[in-house]
Design a protein around this ligand. Structure first.
Ligand code: NCD
Length: 306
């Protein structure tokens, strides 16, 4: 039985196969409409979510399966003190596969050790978010036609942003990917990502503060929100929250084929006036998230569709 805790749990070949499957699902949705009939997905969300939980549920429904679950810790037995290990043992009796989001780093991994069904990490604290990464990879590959030979700018809260950590983990495995890490001093990428992921894989990267300086050289810009819920005090958050605002004027500095991605939710970091720019890819990215989660569910449940 396989779980997905980090993008590194999949080889590059497996990743590419999931993206290929997602493309086939996009082109032929009817072919997959009954693939998971009789199967159930449990979504166990101990932290707020709109896209991740609902896109998992939409993915399973599109495959002809059913869904059950909870969307906050308060409405589950966690409020009574039940451990994630006990919860997953129970859920294993009800469902065939589970997606877990938790504010504590490593909680989905702990659950997977006691699980009788495949567990997917749907975001654990400031650590990893592998299914957002699958979404991002599918978006990049669809928009740019490749995952290698790109210069990607990652902008915003690089310290707490788990989507950024997971995406870097995945992209360092493709040849000639250049990273431009754009953040204020206080929200720089954690040392473990800089040393153990970027340096260890000999990938070219630089760290800059001004978005304007980076824009002209980028193939892709990945914007992120300042992660309010992971700050220790409100004052620091308020000081940081509007550090970057991508607007029409800044977009003029960017190449004509530089796509803008964002895992969403957006707060202020992308002005709504950018939404009409043909380079704004963040709402397309949401649609790709459904196809790729369908592909992942089929892969982990080992369902073959001919
Ligand atoms: C992200 C997350 O939960 O980490 N959202 C998502 O799943 N699309 C990004 C965020 O919350 O900023």
């Amino acid at each position: 039985m396989r779980h997905l805790m980090s993008p590194l749990d999949l080889t590059v070949k497996e990743l590419d196969q999931i993206l290929d499957l997602a493309n086939d699902i996009e082109a032929n949705p009817q072919k997959y409409a009954h693939a998971c009939e009789g199967k159930k997905l449990a979504t166990l969300f101990y932290e707020p979510s709109t896209r991740t939980r609902l896109s998992f549920e939409a993915a399973m429904l599109n495959l002809g399966g059913s869904v059950l679950g909870f969307s906050s810790a308060d409405s589950s037995s966690a409020a009574k003190g039940e451990s994630v290990s006990d919860t997953i043992r129970v859920i294993s009796c009800y469902a065939d596969i589970a997606a877990i989001r938790h504010p504590k780093e490593g909680a989905p991994l702990v659950a997977s050790l006691k699980s009788g069904i495949p567990v997917i990490n749907a975001g654990d604290g400031g650590h990893q978010h592998p299914t957002q990464t699958l979404t991002d990879l599918l978006t990049i590959r669809s928009m740019k036609g490749r995952l290698d030979n790109i210069t990607i700018g990652l902008c915003g809260d690089l310290k707490f942003g788990r989507t950024v950590h997971s995406l870097i983990n995945a992209l360092v495995r493709y040849p000639n990917v250049r990273f431009v890490l754009i953040s204020p001093e206080e929200l720089r990428i954690p040392d473990y990502v800089r040393e153990d992921v970027l340096r260890k894989n000999h990938q070219e990267f630089k760290e800059v503060i001004r978005l304007e300086d980076a824009l002209p050289e980028l193939d892709l810009l990945y914007m992120t929100r300042v992660q309010k819920e992971r700050f220790f005090n409100e004052e620091d958050y308020v000081r940081m929250k509007d550090f970057y605002i991508l607007d029409k004027q800044k977009m003029e500095l960017a190449p004509k084929d530089m796509y803008v991605l964002h895992p969403l939710p957006r707060v202020n970091e992308i002005s709504v006036e950018v939404d009409d720019d043909p380079r704004a890819a963040y709402f397309k990215q949401v649609q790709y998230g459904v196809y790729v989660r369908m592909a992942l569910i089929l892969t982990l449940l080992e369902v073959k569709v001919c």
